[in-house]
Write a protein of this length. Sequence first.
Lengths: 450, 775
Amino acid sequence: MILSFAVNGKTVTVEGPPLRRLLDVLREDLGLTGTKEGCGEGECGACAVLLDGHLVNSCLVPLFQVAGRSVETIEGMAPQGSPDALQRAFMDEGAVQCGFCTPGMVMASRALLRENPSPRRKEIRTALAGNLCRCTGYEPIFRAVEGAAAAGYEVAPPPPAPEFRVTCTEEGRIAFFPESLPEALEILRQHPDAVPVAGATDLLPDLTRGGLPGPHRVMDLTRLEELRGIREEDGVLVLGAGETFASLGRSPLVRRLFPSLGECAASVGGVAVQNRATLGGNVMNASAAADSPPVLLALDARGVLVSGEGTREVPAKELWTAYRRTARRPDELLTAVKIPRPAPGTREAFFKLGPRRALVISRLTLVCAARLEEGRWRGVRIAVGSVAPVPHRLEELETFLEGRVPEEGAVREARRLAEDLLRPRTSREYRRDVGGNLVGRFLSSWISPR
Amino acid sequence: MSEFQVVGHSVTKYDALALATGEARFTDDFPHEGFLELALLWSSHAHAEIVSLDTSEAEGVPGVVAIFSAANVPRVLYTSAGQGAPEPSPYDMVLFDTTVRHVGDRVALVAAESLAAAREAVGKIRVEWKPLPPLFDAEAARDEGAPKLHGGDHHAPLPVPYDPGHNLAASVSFDFGDREGAFDRATRVEEHEYRVQYASHCALEPHAALASFDERGRLVLVSSTQVPFHARRITARVLQIPTGMVRVIKPRIGGGFGGKQEVLIEPLVALAAWRTKRPCRLVLSREEVFVSGRTRHPVRLRLRTGADPRGNLTALDLDALMGAGAYGPHALTVLSMVGGKTLPLFNKIPAMRFQGNSVYTNLPVGGAYRGYGATQGFFALNQQIDMHAREAGEDVISWIKRQTIRAGETSPVFKALGEGKEGVDQIVRSCALEACLDRGAEAIGWKEKRGRRLCPTPDTVRGVGVAVAMQGSAIPSIDLASVSLKMNEDGSFNLLAGAADLGTGADTALGQIVAEVLTVPTEKIVVLSGDTDVTPFDVGAYASSTTYLSGKAAEKAARDVASQILAVGARMLEVPREELTLAAGRVCHAPSGRSVSLEEVACDALYARDQHQIQASASHVAPESPPPFLAQFAEVEVDRRTGHLRVIKFVSAVDCGQPIHPALAEGQVEGAALNGIGYALWEEYRFDGQGRLTNPNFWDYKIPGVRDLPEMVTILVPSSEPSGPFGAKSVSEIGINGPGPAIANAFFDATGVRLFDQPFTPEKVLRALREAGGS
Ligand code: FES
Ligand code: FES
């Protein structure tokens, strides 16, 4: 396909397959080699650029999704080769050792300073969480960002994007760009093989890793306004499936009503991944290790699936049917996730062990919710992820706890029961131990407040 | 703060601007239009014979130009270890063999017009395998019935122990003193087994190399290498062409840490280019780096130590079993340094034995990795001294002060353990370990925290621990560095250094040394390094050599140039040379107050009288390898319910002599320390039952990011090394040696439980606590 987008304020027109990585387009087609490749899997940030002002990893951005958008790279910051103040701060603070991570670090810092001109250390840490550096130990990089901020570093707004214009050239490989939900549903009706693509943070690494050519038809979901929004409707929180983890993590509504969901969102990778990965993508990708499903299970959420025939709401318990399978029909689209407002007094806890997305390292996600009513536990919900092909609730444990009075004996029993109910295939003993301990920790909070 | 004008100041790193603006070029940033793209077929078997290799279908893929394999590539034995010639590593590999020895071993190489075509062709190569029994357990490698990996004409080019019949890639041993008697008399004997694991360097830039031709038809390699000259020599040898037909250019390098001290892919791009007469490009993917690149050697250490009633060590016996992996690069030298770069620190011990074996297994290939054996050795030693000090009821810091080497002292180990030959006797001339301990202890809050077991929550507990370490500065009487230096009309200088700045800032440090001698700002020194056509020889960036060794060569050349400048100045000012000095970029005659500028001197020499180029070259080989010293302190918090072990604060206090560039030196220490923390807590290779690595990516192989960062404190403790340039010693490796044992000791301080097996994953921590009944 042929499409146009802006790079550092200049419109470029490139040709390539829809799923070609933006990173390759920049480096190979446009000769912008300042953007580096350190892993090709979204884990190092060396390839970070700004897309419409948001930090993204260009190895995770498929070409077709940049049509009509504005990309900023390291080359755009110092057009005449004279460093801007942020780059100078990197030089001055000794933040550049081998320098391979530097362009990505600079872009991540720039994105931060554009939003937050005087960040605190903690905020700098969060902003750089997705960028690896093997040389420096990070400290000088923090100092560089602080130094630039202290010197009043100002970031211009992102340059404007050109008009959206694409031409599909290659036979068979087609990208669709629906502008409205009905249009998207019509495309799915006609082409059940079309793969809806939102943040592509799982899709592209999967393809690279498997050495696969990828689907023939892809459909861009990022233009659908109907998938956006975080709002409360009649005591139910409605989260657009197209909302990113970044916006969930920032949403005061989410943080206030469902702290575990907010925590979960903030724990998904670095900023560049959070800016791209969507709730809907995480749900529909149905990876056993996905972070949000156990949260949604514990919160009694429902998925809203829409097709040309109509709308249905599927309870979280029925959303994930088997390993990497969901209840979605090919003609359906997940448009939103609904979560009922929690009963007053509900406490939640989100525990996550092991790194994000790890496929091998033993992981465990445990989400608990419960409240106390007249001295008894009510509304107990406990969900686990990463221990079985499908995330699930520990229903026997919930039943056991429901209506019980918080006391040591009950906690001990619950811990044992949790261990029994967890049956991971690997690291069995460890994950059962810890699962039990974490359930115990959650319940103990009613007995001996920390 | 520094008695020098340039040295000891954190001047702007030469390449910082170009790197910060993204303009600096790494290997893969060079234009490569029209290059053939290369892709490799890697072995999916741990041990197998290739019965047949059918490339006919692959050759039919449009765009494929050539396919190389054992069938059409001459068999030249070599080692990929980028070491001096002849290498102390066995010649046990060829470019393409008919036997594969680990998953990720090379099977075939495809050159094609596009990467997609090359990859497609790789997928269409049909191999008929005859699986051989694999060997995964290093402990079983020397058993009679164990599968044999090597034999035939595989050999060690140096007279060193090599016994492939017993899967021995290398072995070392030495002992002195009446060890058994000392153990008999000891009032306290500790004997424990420790394990340190495989790890990947994870330099952010993967291995990359480009091959093209100059106008004379010579091969020009641009490569992400730490050893341009060794890469040139080894590549030429493997291709069987004269060394002079190869030029190796080292551009900016995205980190190496030892991983690029390996001549890993240069021969492959060179071969493909030489045979196809087309320029070629190869960039490894992250997964390929993990699987086919070099690693830290895993080692099982058995350490037995005896002490007298005061807790003084009287006998030590260290046995190391190292997994070399499928081939033996650095198998001997890393093994030697498990003892060689650790035991001299404890030079008060009257009886010692060290024996080590490095065995072949059908697993990834070990190599040079920052710390180079010392990391492995110190893991055991530092824990065991913590035990002895505790038993003797003495604070471990004062224990260490009594029991470790000081300036003016020596150790028999220096001579006993060299790299491929005997070591050299040496007296330690600078050592500020005591001050490192004191300043580090203060920074971590040792007095307030040690033994307190503070519990911030009911489930968590804290502790502090310490570890000490040394390293070396270049390989004594083996490593050679050289530079040449010339003066230009404007009073600037070109420094051509054989050294290879791999992202450390070595170019800048060398420039500073020259600038200091010539009394000019660093901007006046134009440094070009690591181009085998242009610069004189240097062994390259390894063994912590560049600042110390290449720095000394640079200092020598600069002093030579300085005296030439004075000679010209003397003629111009018509005064005796002895009355002249260089100051602030001028030749000054103090008695008369007259002076001439360097520009004037240069122009006079180039254009006026007795015309000549002011220039010098210098070589340096050091007869000794002065160790830097360090003390590292960890404060940890343990979650007894999840086994989560978190480092809260980490302090490194290091004596690297006079730091040439303090900020860069600190950066080296801090980067190494963080790398060591990652190694201690998470980094490891996980294999399935077939010897396949299951976590060859940053998803599953976790290296420290910002989220995992403890509060880091780095202290440079001044000392001055008489043999180094302006008092400098090395600094780049040592910082990785302490985190593992310091964290383990801190964990013990918190819980009373020992961790013998790295990495300390939550799973292992929880198990250790359980077994000790501590949870
Ligand atoms: S290359 Fe590592 S995140 Fe893109
Ligand atoms: S400076 Fe080398 S990876 Fe950051």
